[in-house]
Write a protein that binds this ligand. Structure first.
Ligand SMILES: [Zn+2]
Length: 318
């Protein structure tokens, strides 16, 4: 199976500027209280495989469980949909993210995320399906991604409530970047992707991993983990279970993340009560920056970074 490994120069400071991230997370915590997100929340099983989870850590009052069967991480109890809708539509955190955080990091995200992802999608789509393709991006609109993709494929924007409307023509590729982990009904969202695709069509996903290094080492201290935005972080086994249920086949799975080791090292420096396995502690705090880069590359090779990209192929009877 193809696996993407990178050796970039991305820094935690450039992608996640500390001052802006702190302000954003303060707004997130205020909005959680303002919209009373934990009120009426419902207990649930693993959204990937249906297994039973045990509490692993709590962040901003949200219990994150780890599935005993597939090791995916998920929020339970799950907030009510109408409260989450208000959080996203009316909250100060989302407004700050859109108006301050994203513009401040736009250039670095284009260079390190948007452009490489566009190249990845175009190369895989043409290799698997040939030219003349129609694709849909669903979730948050990314004009820069669409610009890059329009060079070789036709792409339309679909809402993140995509349900595979039978009245719509089917597409060759569905792009779900950083969106499925936010879905209040993960199974319905994945089912919508399958209904939207031609048989043999491709689903492109980027997301956070529940079994990645950053989340496993830091748990509740993971700065990039934002409840109620991140509701499920699937493991590889979780993805296989969920995709198989929908008739998809996993054809590529990589974790080309560049920031796990830097993120863990930052928290180690700031929070003296964080206890890591001694040899991991020694490696992430190592004075030689090449050691950190080598460890990050090893995580990519082992598919254990916290940033996942995968491709799944729809079955012929879908
Ligand atoms: Zn599971």
């Amino acid at each position: 199976m193809k696996r993407v490994v990178t050796s970039g120069d991305l820094t935690q400071r450039a992608m996640r500027p500390a001052g802006l991230v702190e302000t954003y997370l303060a707004h997130v915590q205020e909005d959680i209280v303002r919209f009373d997100l934990l009120q009426g929340a419902r207990t649930r099983g693993c959204p990937a495989c249906g297994g039973t989870g045990a509490p692993e850590f709590e962040r901003f009052g949200f219990p994150y469980h780890r599935c005993a069967a597939c090791r995916s991480v998920f929020v339970s109890p799950m907030p009510e949909e109408h409260r989450l809708a208000r959080y996203h539509a009316e909250g100060a955190a989302e407004r700050f993210r859109l108006e301050q955080l994203l513009p401040a990091t736009a250039d670095v995200r284009v260079r390190h995320a948007v452009e490489p992802r566009a190249r990845w999608v175009m190369a895989a789509a043409v290799a698997h399906l040939g030219p003349g393709l129609t694709m849909a991006q669903f979730g948050v609109e990314s004009p820069r991604l669409l610009e890059f993709l329009h060079a070789s494929v036709s792409v339309v924007q679909w809402p993140d409530t995509l349900t595979g409307d039978p009245a719509r023509p089917r597409i060759h590729g569905a792009i779900a970047f950083d969106v499925l982990e936010r879905s209040t009904d993960f199974s319905r969202a994945l089912h919508g992707c399958r209904l939207a695709l031609h048989p043999r069509g491709l689903l492109f996903v980027t997301t956070m991993s529940g079994e990645g290094f950053e989340v496993r080492m830091l748990g509740r201290r993971t700065a990039a983990l934002v409840p109620p935005v991140h509701l499920q972080l699937l493991s590889r086994a979780g993805w296989v279970a969920a995709l198989t249920r929908e008739g998809f086949t996993l054809v590529e799975y990589s974790t080309p993340g560049e920031l796990d080791v830097q993120a863990v090292a930052d928290v180690c420096r700031q929070e003296s009560d964080l206890v890591l396995p001694p040899i991991i502690d020694e490696l992430v705090r190592h004075k030689d920056p090449q050691v950190g880069r080598a460890l990050q590359e090893l995580l990519q090779q082992a598919c254990l970074s916290s940033h996942v990209q995968l491709i799944a192929e729809a079955g012929i009877d879908s």
